[in-house]
Design a protein around this ligand. Structure first.
Ligand code: ATP
Ligand code: HSE
Length: 359
């Protein structure tokens, strides 16, 4: 086949959905796309570094976060990791990856998870690797080590994810620093070593039903909260009452969000959290006030509200009155923020999982 072209389409995601920290994920209808063309007719060796050329449009365009160097860009580094685990050091022939990314970075809409899933699928497709989705999930988890965002973006829908108990040697493998998993960034030397393959069957998922009346209103502030920072403010240990509080609610959450017609009071209660949101309020001023002040009895259409992933995006679930809900939350966030902030908002739907569309 002289040349190939295909599109990899990966949904964004909102993780946790309140009490489901590192467990629950919801794929959402904003999509990262990779438009890939592979020209196998070009003479060897290619003049392109790693045989790959990146072009990019969308969120973060031109920022240091989004490198056009294939040895530095997160998506192509992940693809090279997958290829090198299968004996292929570079992209197989002149490959052009045009990235179209409407997912805001560092906002809690799973941009990094979508990028990791896209990179794993890119490596899989260009390397003709014939792996199943569950094996691709293992590769995703070697990079993004909490399963909720990547599980939702890979499989789609409203999912519960979990890691199986790993053997000690496998725990060691999954904790290998990213610098030893991903290829050396720009200027680094390709040591020729095969990177550590993921253990088999690290992560698992289960899809939950979703009541179609429920829409997701994402209120997206114009500042970033890096996930690693939002995880660093969490305590190492929790009290039994707080653990029980979250366990009671996470047990209700899938049923509450899958039951039609939705029960507003049940959903509002099921979305409460004591494991991550209380500690992240320092990073997202106004989060506490939003959670405390919004309720089904005080707002028509409103069901429940939570921090989307590690934030700062706020996710409100509702059956209507979306503009009123968004405006109320934006007003609270603006009043609570010492700095002048702006917020966009969008009504999103649950999305199907990652897919490859061959042209
Ligand atoms: N399309 C992309 N291409 C390359 N790098 C990306 C892309 N999307 C995200 N990233 C990398 O991921 C970082 C954002 O990841 P981070 O986990 O902090 O936030 P998030 O994934 O957007 O939100 P959350 O994890 O809370 O849902 C960006 O700063 C960038 O380094
Ligand atoms: N469960 C992760 C999701 C990050 O998007 C966290 O809250 O840190």
């Amino acid at each position: 086949m002289a040349s190939e072209s295909f599109v990899i389409k990966v949904p964004s995601s909102s993780a946790n959905i309140g009490p489901g920290f590192d467990v629950i994920g919801l794929a959402l209808s904003v999509y990262l796309e990779l438009h890939v063309t592979i020209d196998r007719s070009k003479p060897e060796p290619s003049k392109l570094p790693l045989n790959c050329r990146i072009t990019y449009e969308g969120q973060g365009e031109g920022s240091p976060d989004i490198s056009l160097d294939p040895s530095s860009n997160l998506i192509t580094r992940v693809a090279l990791y997958v290829l090198r685990c299968h004996g292929q050091r570079t992209f197989p022939a002149e490959t052009h990856v045009h990235i179209v990314n409407p997912i805001p970075l560092g906002r809690g809409l799973g941009s990094s998870g979508s990028a990791v899933v896209a990179g794993v699928m890119l490596g899989h497709e260009v390397g003709h690797l014939q792996l199943d989705l569950d094996r691709l999930f293992d590769f995703c988890l070697m990079i993004e080590r909490h399963p909720d965002n990547v599980g939702a973006s890979l499989y789609g829908g409203f999912v519960g994810t979990y890691l199986r108990p790993l053997k000690p040697e496998d725990v060691q493998r999954i904790e290998i620093p990213l610098s030893e998993v991903l290829p050396a960034p720009a200027g680094g030397v390709d040591t020729g070593e095969t990177p550590p393959e993921p253990p088999y069957g690290i992560g698992h998922h289960i899809k939950f039903p979703w009541a179609t009346e429920i829409k997701a209103v994402a209120i997206i502030p114009d500042f970033q909260v890096p996930t690693h920072l939002a995880r660093s403010v969490l305590p190492p240990h929790y009290s039994r009452p707080d653990v029980t509080f979250n366990m009671q609610r996470i047990a209700l959450l899938p049923v509450a969000l899958g039951t039609s017609p939705p029960d507003p009071e049940l959903i509002h209660l099921a979305m409460q959290d004591k494991v991550h949101q209380p500690y992240r309020q320092t990073l997202i001023p106004g989060l506490g006030e939003v959670v405390q002040s919004m309720s089904p009895s005080s707002q028509p259409g409103f069901l429940g509200v939570c921090l989307s992933g590690a934030g700062p995006t706020i996710l409100a679930l509702a059956t209507g009155h979306f503009d009123e809900i968004a405006e109320r939350i934006i007003k609270i966030l603006k009043a609570a923020n010492p700095k002048e902030i702006d917020c966009q908002w969008r009504v999103l739907e649950p999305a199907d999982g990652a897919q490859v569309i061959r042209r």
